[in-house]
Ligand binder design. Structure first.
Ligand SMILES: [Fe+2]
Ligand SMILES: [Fe+2]
Length: 159
């Protein structure tokens, strides 16, 4: 096996492992929270996570990963604001619980980002951790917590 073949082989092996460990996030109707703009924002967040995963797998440098991480953080922060404004406006009874979960989520991701920026671990490792954490927390948040506002907001005419 030539060095080139070894490289290709390794790369392929890596991709397989990554696909196994970290499958791409695909939005489907089971994720729908019944509010079109929030569904659209959730899809964007999924895309950012997939982009982060591809960038990491493509072995791009620290800066490329950094750029996507910042976009992911910014976008998620904006999405949480949008939900909170809507829930507050319609006097959602569990507003505080919902907001607290957003805050916890952001604080965890910000903590990981600080470690990434401080160079505590290499960018591949930390982005793998970020993807794993974001994916798990986000899926859980959408499926449980966001779903709790569906019928309430729908009853207020928000769809
Ligand atoms: Fe959400
Ligand atoms: Fe939420």
């Amino acid at each position: 096996m030539s060095p080139y073949d070894t490289l290709v082989f390794r790369h392929k092996e890596d991709r397989c492992n990554m696909d196994f460990v970290m499958p791409k996030l695909e939005w489907d109707v089971s994720y729908s929270v019944g509010v079109a703009s929030f569904d659209a924002q959730h899809k964007y967040i999924f895309n950012y996570i997939n982009e982060l995963r591809d960038t990491m797998m493509g072995k791009k440098g620290h800066d490329a990963v950094d750029k996507i991480l910042v976009s992911l953080l910014d976008y998620t922060n904006g999405h949480f604001f949008n939900e909170e404004i809507m829930l507050f406006k319609h006097e959602f009874p569990d507003f505080d619980v919902h907001k607290a979960e957003h805050d916890k989520f952001l604080s965890e991701i910000r903590g990981l980002y600080v470690r990434f920026k401080a160079g505590e671990t290499d960018s591949r490792l930390i982005s793998a951790e970020i993807i794993a954490v974001v994916t798990e927390l986000l899926q859980e948040h959408i499926m449980k917590t966001d779903m709790e506002y569906t019928s309430y907001l729908n009853s207020k005419g928000v769809r």
